[in-house]
Design a protein around this ligand. Structure first.
Ligand code: SF4
Length: 392
């Protein structure tokens, strides 16, 4: 057997296994008590099919797309290009939903954390992190309720996976955050946006919910709606290698990899997924990631843990590992949470580490902790959602 074919077959088999397993955690189909379907999260073909089901022509789907994703409306009666009888018919069959903002907290540094509640009562957190200098910012979106991966530095990882978020719930987080800032209709082209980038770095491992994440991101990137370019979206993974390849080919968004350690024995402990996909495989997947270039570098996330992974030897091994990859290294001072097992590295250790990485030619910004006072900083998200909540 040709070895290359053998590896490709294995990867495909692994992808099929991952997708089958994650499908078991998909959300139930939601229909309101009076039988109406939510139009959010449907792709264009599905929207056309819904129109056909009520005897309407395909161009209605295009009109709806504009109103839903460009104008951001949630009420059919304000869709002025649609005649009143059809507005009423649409309202009889459909809704345009949003997750409910159960709690909204704004930090002293203006970071805003939303606890969104979905229709079955499950909850996930979304964080808007404004740029302190300019009118723009990142929306950090969750992809799952809980997480399977149990990374040791991460608060979310202490909450077992409850379920995946559906495409509607993933897009819905962004849309509801935007409602909160009144940023509709979607700004055109290079017009400045407050909610200017999406980072899939909230609760969950996005590549263990690939189909829903991909569908949601295609909706967000559609040029006739929210129209956020792939360059403004960053998907963060702990290193689900077979799905990294697929995300690169199909979505070509920016990639961030939660590396956090440069030796397998340590990474096995901090990011247990490493036992399945060790460092060498993760780095190899980064080298072949198609969307990476000097203009769109891969971000390696590295949480600084006192006395654990913050020595000059660690920094030198890191630059050896990533040599030749268009990359930058985000150094994240550890953000403690109640009961967390680590301490933050000292400023001296962080500066020393950053200098070594920088002198090797990689940008190595130290991420200023944002929203720590409201537990909105990196690795601090967690909800009380549990598997046994009534799905009603
Ligand atoms: S860091 Fe990400 S993948 Fe790891 S436990 Fe936390 S949410 Fe899950």
């Amino acid at each position: 057997m040709n070895t290359a074919v053998g590896i490709a077959d294995l990867t495909e088999a692994e992808r099929t296994r991952i997708l089958a397993k994650t499908a078991r955690f998909n959300p139930p189909e939601y229909v309101t008590a009076d039988g109406r379907r939510d139009l959010i999260g449907l792709d264009r073909d599905q929207l056309i099919a819904e129109m056909a089901a009520i005897g309407e022509k395909p161009f209605r789907a295009k009109q709806l797309w504009h109103w839903i994703y460009h104008q951001g409306v949630t009420d059919f009666s304000v869709m002025s290009s649609i005649a009143r009888p059809l507005q009423q018919k649409l309202a009889e069959h459909f809704i345009i939903g949003r997750p409910t903002a159960a709690v909204v907290q704004t930090s002293v540094d203006d970071t805003r954390k939303f606890l969104f509640r979905f229709r079955d009562g499950q909850e996930a957190e979304t964080v808007y992190i404004p740029d302190p200098e300019e009118d723009r910012g990142a929306v950090c979106i969750s992809s799952q309720v809980g997480c399977t991966l149990s990374c040791r530095f991460c608060h979310t990882g202490t909450q077992t996976l409850v379920r995946n978020l559906g495409a509607a719930e993933i897009v819905g987080q962004f849309m509801a955050a935007r409602d909160s800032y009144g940023e509709w209709p979607s700004p055109h082209g290079e017009t400045p946006r407050l909610l200017s980038t999406i980072v899939l770095m909230g609760m969950g491992e996005p590549l263990y919910n690939y189909e829903n994440v991909a569908k949601a991101m295609r909706i967000v990137m559609d040029g006739e709606g929210i129209a956020l370019s792939r360059r403004r979206i960053t998907l963060s993974t702990s290193g689900v290698v077979p799905m990294m390849d697929r995300a690169g080919q199909e979505l070509a968004v920016n990639l961030a990899v939660s590396l956090h350690a440069v030796r397998d024995d340590l990474r096995d402990e901090i990011v247990p997924l490493n036992r399945k996909y060790p460092i060498a495989e993760v780095i190899a997947a980064c080298r072949r990631y198609p969307a990476a270039s000097n203009a769109r570098r891969i971000t390696f996330e590295y949480v600084m843990l006192k006395g654990i992974n913050d020595t000059p030897e660690d920094a030198r091994e890191l630059i050896r590992l990533i040599a030749g990859i268009p990359a930058k290294v985000n150094l994240i001072p550890f953000n403690p949470w109640p009961g967390s097992p680590y301490e933050t590295s000292s400023n001296t250790a962080i500066d020393r580490f950053a200098k070594i990485v920088m002198e090797a030619g990689f940008s190595s910004p130290v991420r200023t902790p944002r929203g720590r006072d409201i537990l909105a900083a990196c690795g601090q998200l967690r909800t009380e959602s549990r598997k046994d909540i009534d799905r009603g």
